[in-house]
Ligand binder design. Structure first.
Ligand code: IPM
Ligand code: MN
Length: 354
């Protein structure tokens, strides 16, 4: 198969971790006989510096013409500390999601046997937890009308959802629930928010269409607690954009490190495969960041974008092996650098095929 990947490392540790994922992709393509072509493009702070836009048209064109986007992270403290700044690196990611129509963000949370002790949660709580967070990605407060009134002293963000947006994400979540343990938890705040009541109403209409799936409804505050007191409860968790953003950072504690959580953003056009962690500017250029979340995102890319399950599995096996061998970065208790882990994983992918 011929694969065209748009490579968007972005800012901070993005370039370092994406480089390791590229090594894994190359290794798997070599082993399975695929040809791969990368097209580099800028997004985030680095794009603002060069083009004045966090997601320039030229980058969008490259994404549209590729089979998948391998993305690192965006963000720079320079902008974080300036709330009046008109352009922000994060706008690049949001524009990319919106323009590519990526309404669903899939964030699987799994535990690795060798790492359960690394979780801040009790071992017996997390051991065996395995669930999928489905976060709506192009609606809600992130994209609703926002602004300032009252000479800037009043600010608002609108949490708005249309039926179509809710139906399509729930349909997708039910699809995954059917393929998994047939348990869907719809997370909302229907006791307070009108938008949540719409979500719940639509979920209740759709539930009878999936009689094999057990659907339950949970308020987001309760879900936040359940994620740390009983994460094994969950199979597929679906929620709106802002709740999903918050809950998935929290959920990363289950696997032990933010550096392990991969994600796929899918929808209408080219899908984006990205780690859930941010640009971690304090670590940028130090070769200490954990590349596994990005490498695992590359595994998702083979599975979701190309339908190549064996290739995805080969990457996952190599990642698990590196963890079992203790060949990890500091956040996982190891002593290895970013590039050493990347080299180890790619060598393992190649050697396992022999
Ligand atoms: C994420 C990130 C982004 C988000 C930021 C960088 C805009 O936190 O992918 O979870 O809030 O969606
Ligand atoms: Mn986030």
């Amino acid at each position: 198969m011929k694969i065209r990947i748009a490579k968007l490392p972005g800012d901070g540790i993005g370039p370092e971790v994406v480089e390791q994922a590229v090594k894994a992709v190359d290794a798997v393509c070599e082993r399975f006989g695929h040809s791969v072509e990368y097209t580099f493009a800028k997004v985030g702070a680095c794009a603002i510096e060069e083009f004045g836009s966090a997601y320039p048209e030229s980058t969008h064109k490259i994404c549209m013409e590729s089979d998948a986007v391998l993305f690192g992270a965006v963000g720079d403290p320079k902008y974080d500390n300036d709330p009046t700044s008109k352009v922000r690196p994060e706008q690049g990611l949001l524009a990319m999601r919106k323009q590519l129509g990526l309404f669903a963000n899939l964030r699987p949370v799994e535990t690795f046997k060798a790492l359960v002790h690394n979780s801040p949660l009790k071992e017996e709580l997390v051991d065996g937890a395995d669930f999928l967070c489905v976060r709506e990605l192009t609606g809600g407060m992130y994209f609703g009308e926002k602004g300032r009134l009252d000479n800037g002293d009043t600010a608002f963000d609108t949490n708005i959802y249309h039926r179509n947006e809710v139906e399509r994400i729930l349909k997708l979540a039910y699809g995954y629930a059917m393929k998994r343990r047939k348990h869907l938890t719809v997370v909302d705040k229907a006791n307070v928010l009108e938008s949540s009541r719409l979500w719940r109403q639509i979920a209740q209409e759709m539930a009878p269409l999936y009689p094999e799936v057990t659907t339950d409804y949970m308020y987001v505050d309760n879900a936040a607690m359940k994620l740390v007191t009983g994460p094994k409860f969950f199979d597929v968790l679906v929620t709106e954009n802002t709740f999903g953003d918050i809950l998935t950072d929290e959920a990363s504690c289950v696997s032990g490190s933010m550096g392990l959580l991969a994600s796929a953003s899918v929808g209408e056009h080219t899908g984006v495969y990205e780690p859930i962690h941010g640009s971690y500017p304090q670590a940028a250029g130090k070769n200490i960041a954990n590349p596994l979340a990005t490498i695992l995102s590359a595994a998702m890319m083979f599975e979701y974008a190309f339908g190549l399950a064996e290739e995805g599995k080969a990457i996952r096996e190599a990642v698990s092996a590196s963890i079992d061998a203790g060949f990890t970065t500091e956040d996982l208790g190891g002593t290895r650098s970013t590039s050493e882990v990347g080299d180890w994983v790619s060598a393992r992918i190649k050697s396992s095929g022999k």
